[in-house]
Design a protein around this ligand. Sequence first.
Ligand code: ATP
Length: 920
Amino acid sequence: MEPKRISFRQGCLSRKAEETALRRYEAAAWLESIAGPLCLPQKPSDHEFVSCLRNGLVLCNAINKIQPGSVPKVVSNALMGSPASDNQNPLPAYQYFENIRNFLVAVEELKLPTFEASDLEREKLDTASVSRLVDCILSLKSYHEWKRGAEINGSLKSIKSPLFKLSLTRAQIHMTPSGSFVQRSRLNLTSDTESKPCKAKDEVVRIICQCLVDAKENINQVLATNVTSQEREFKSAVHCSSKEGKVSNDISPLQNKDHYTSDKDRSDHMNFLEAQEQEIRELRLMLEGVKSEYRALHNQVQNDYATLVHEIQGLSTAASRYNEAVKENRNLYNMLQELRGNIRVFCRIRPTFNSTSRSSIEYIGEDGSVMVFDPLKPQSTRKVFQFNKVFGPKATQGDVYKETQSLIRSVVDGYNVCIFAYGQTGSGKTHTMCGPSGGSAKDNGINYMALNDLFSISSTRENVKYQINVQMVEIYNEQVRDLLCTLEIRTCTGNGQTSLPDAKMLPVGSTEDVINVMKLGEINRASSSTAMNDRSSRSHSILIVHVHGEEDSGEATHSCLYLVDLAGSERVDRSEATGDRLKEAQHINKSLSCLGDVITALAQKNSHIPYRNSKLTQLLQKSLGGNAKTLMFAHISPEIDSYAETISTLKFAQRVSTVELGAACANKESNEMRDLKNQIDNLKKALAIKETERVPFSSKMKENVPTMESSSKQAAERTPPRSRRFSLETPTYTKIPGAPTKTSQSQFGFHAQEKSPDKMKCDVAINGQDDFTFSSTSSSEQKSVRASVAINGQDDFSYSSTSRSVQKSVRASVVSKGSNIRKSIQSLGKLINASEKRSNQCPIEKPVSKIRSNLDSKSPVNSKTDSRTMRRQSLTNPLLASSNFSRRSSLGGKSDTNLSDVSKTPPSIKTSSKATKKWL
Ligand SMILES: Nc1ncnc2c1ncn2[C@@H]1O[C@H](COP(=O)(O)OP(=O)(O)OP(=O)(O)O)[C@@H](O)[C@H]1O
């Protein structure tokens, strides 16, 4: 056990108390030896000691023994005629007072230290009064000893030294080796011949030592007071001694010739005293020096403390400012990123399955850097990649979601958000997005946590009513399948908000709903075991969360959250895939490679982004190139044998982080916008009515259709079938050289070509559901006007028109959707009127049969090209459409296009645009 620490002050106090007690015991012992048994314990307490002396009997008896007759009349029970013992019948206190008074008078006569009579009467004893009593008794004892000595030597002298008046200090008592207490008189100059100058010298030395001890003990106060007073006492003692020595040799034994055997002794003693005085002076000086040094040190400590406090305050202020600056820096960085619209990239490293295996991850930085190294090739260089954040193997699902949470809030604010997990097979994508199968709630993946958060955030916004629906699909072998009802569904990658209109949309309102939906999706999702992952996802899964919010004010938001768990890229030699697994792996790798192409094109800011090369990129188009906020999780496996895949993933992720999407914008819809949309709907209806008014004309045209029909059929046979929507979303334009005559255009849904000077071809597409697109292009030498109209059923509408006859160029760049829609409505109105006029002006010049004859006369190559053109016309020309050439007819397109013109402008392979090729 650690010893209890005693402070210096505590130590001094306990020492003083001990010394006081020792003196008391000594006084009691002496009294007993002089006045007989006192019935006191060997070590009496203050109270016991004082009680014993209170009646003054003991004291009077003691002094009478030393100096017979000092107290002539001692009051006792016997005197009062009461033989009973004191204890049995004590006398009243005032009667005993007489004894005390007489004793004190006698002591005073002996010039010994006295005490107050009241010191014995106090109920509550204090140390000072007991100390005075003890001092008195001990001085009496001293006197007695001196007297005895003097009687023996026959030289009894009166005691006049003032030092005797001093109270005995603790230093006067010391323990003999035998254990009894021996009192040494303090400068006992009245002692016998043996207490000669050398004894006085000892006393002086002792007093000086006492001064030094005291000085040492109480450097602050005692030195300032006690030491000075003790020194004064000493000085005055020496002074008095020497003075008295001059006046009377009896008074000062110090200078009394009797005390010294010779003058030499006396002068030696005087020299010694002077030397002591000198020493004291020096000591005092030293003390002053120490004190001033102490003061300086004290001041310095105080200054240092103040400086330290000041510096600490400065540091804490700087630290808080630094934190603020870091926070601001991060905010600014985020703002910058948002403005640039960069895709954020987080990297997550899966823990190793085998704890003893070596890892290729060398370092993970707090700043989002990760250093990888191939331990199998020590000569290879270390590669460092920088991302927004890197999660090490120990990062929990909660840690990962914490960094993602802000994006989920954005969804509620009306932003489209896409979070997708990328990485090689078995690197932990599904773990991050869904969590481990059969895991506890804390292992839930981002999908669950995001939806839960959506509920909780939306419930806190009281003035907005939210509706949350989910769709869950997978892309398996380039087929989009609904995971919520196990059906293959058609895709729509148009401008509409709903990319997968046929996918089942389930409303969710609680966590339980979400869990049920996820479970259903997980059950339906294609997964199987491979050599690299027991439960490898064989498809890309996409969870689409639609959040529709309507404020009390009428404003509405509609946003989508895409949560994509991609299938992992795999090396078939390592995954040992064969048969179906091999086919799946090939599809997975191909679609991921298409994703890579899209990312590269976006990073290089190419004009053409190959979204349409795979279903995956089509579905992610809006997230990768739209106005969404996108976050990618790049997953890597730390195992050494996955090093090549790790590097490939990291490089891909690095490339993704350089893609700039442009600032994301919220999908907010004000009341005004909604009105404008309604207007668009009305205009669409008006258009539809116009179309139906043209029915008689189209039926007239039908007479000429049969010949065209067969031609078209031929073309259709050579053209692979594709989804209607796909073709609709690729409005394109083919410049057909040598088109012989002008082609006039009428309604929407027409295809017209103009011969020199203007050549014009227009494609109009109306999406039966919610899309309407129109494009018209005319090329000429110098002037061209290009117009296109696109009405997005939801909120987009744009118009452009090209016509040499109009002779003016219109290019509308609409910043806000509201103004865009307003302008578009005006343009649409004009267009309707203009198209009506044109349709009335353009007579049909050639019968459709002529087209056929023209087509038939072409070379095989040309006829193939023509058939393409015909097919294209069939999609865009309402006339042909009405002749059942194409599914376009279902869109209500009719035209009074001059078919002879079509026949005069056979399409050419050479001049087909790239877009047309692609479209075909
Ligand atoms: N951070 C992680 N902590 C603990 N275990 C993890 C972690 N990441 C992945 N795992 C475990 O690693 C295994 C493979 O993970 P997962 O199935 O998520 O990989 P994947 O990338 O989705 O693979 P695939 O592309 O083949 O579907 C699982 O058993 C999973 O529980």
